[in-house]
Design a protein around this ligand. Structure first.
Ligand code: PGA
Length: 256
């Protein structure tokens, strides 16, 4: 059975002190579990403080983005080797806010995935449709196209490292989550694409998170879906109690 993976995407929130406090509060209450992974993804400037706060705990460190080159004249960018140096194990790549606000293309996202894999960072690759795309019945095509571009040319060994996150853009930060059935439909589609492109074993092992207005109140029903392997949590990850309640939902589903 696939592990569950709950990750908090703090986005551009918290102060340094708040970040360390939130990280400590989460770390102190997440216990070791061989089938549950928990990670927090703070803003770049607070990675070190958060890394210190969670050191020795079962909570892993993730970044929200990286640049596709390892070093050089790229003013303002942060590289994969820097993130590894700070203790990151995960890196979100291709979040919809980067696609739609910061203008990242499928090609840029593909290069970032390669850069993360090159240094042993596990990319959490986000895909998801806009509301007009869903309304036009294009969800599966949009997700397939984003995913195909993300994994283009990746070897089976490389693709086997990825975590995927289905995040319908209309559900992010809106309080309107996808229904468990809507999430399951897309997640199973994603798994089928992986099976067709690689094989059933790789597809069966790949962790696919759902993201978009996940909170304690809807986490159980989403995580109970057979192809929903975790959650990428934005707003609700900024409060320790709420985030820990989502982690607890993951544990409940595992122990069912
Ligand atoms: P949300 O964000 O939980 O605030 O909707 C999810 C995400 O963007 O990863």
């Amino acid at each position: 059975m696939r592990p569950k993976f709950i990750a908090g995407n703090w986005k551009m929130n918290t102060t340094r002190v708040e970040a360390a406090q939130l990280a400590s509060a989460v770390a102190s209450r997440v216990a070791e579990h061989d089938r549950l992974t928990v990670a927090v993804c703070p803003p770049f400037p607070y990675l070190e403080a958060v890394g210190n706060a969670i050191e020795g705990s079962k909570v892993a460190l993730g970044a929200q983005n990286l640049y596709s080159e390892p070093s050089g004249a790229y003013t303002g960018e942060v590289s994969g080797p820097m993130l590894v140096d700070l203790g990151c194990r995960f890196c979100i790549v291709g979040h919809s806010e980067r696609r739609h606000i910061l203008g990242e293309t499928d090609a840029i996202i593909h290069r970032k995935i390669k850069a993360a894999l090159a240094v042993g960072l596990i990319p959490i690759v986000c895909v998801g449709e806009l509301l007009p795309e869903r309304d036009a019945g294009q969800t599966m095509d949009v997700v397939a196209s984003q995913l195909s571009s993300a994994i283009a040319g990746l070897s089976e060994a490389e693709a086997g490292q990825l975590v995927l996150a289905y995040e319908p853009v209309w559900a992010i930060g809106t309080g309107r989550n996808a229904t468990p059935e809507q999430a399951e439909e897309v997640h199973s589609h994603i798994r089928k694409i992986l099976a067709d492109r690689y094989n059933a074993i790789l597809a069966g092992k790949t962790v696919i998170q759902y993201g978009g207005s996940v909170k304690a109140a809807n986490a159980d029903s989403l995580l109970l879906q057979p192809n929903v392997d975790g959650a990428l949590v934005g707003g609700a990850s900024l409060q320790a109690d709420e985030f820990l309640a989502i982690v607890a939902a993951g544990l409940r589903v595992i122990n069912r």
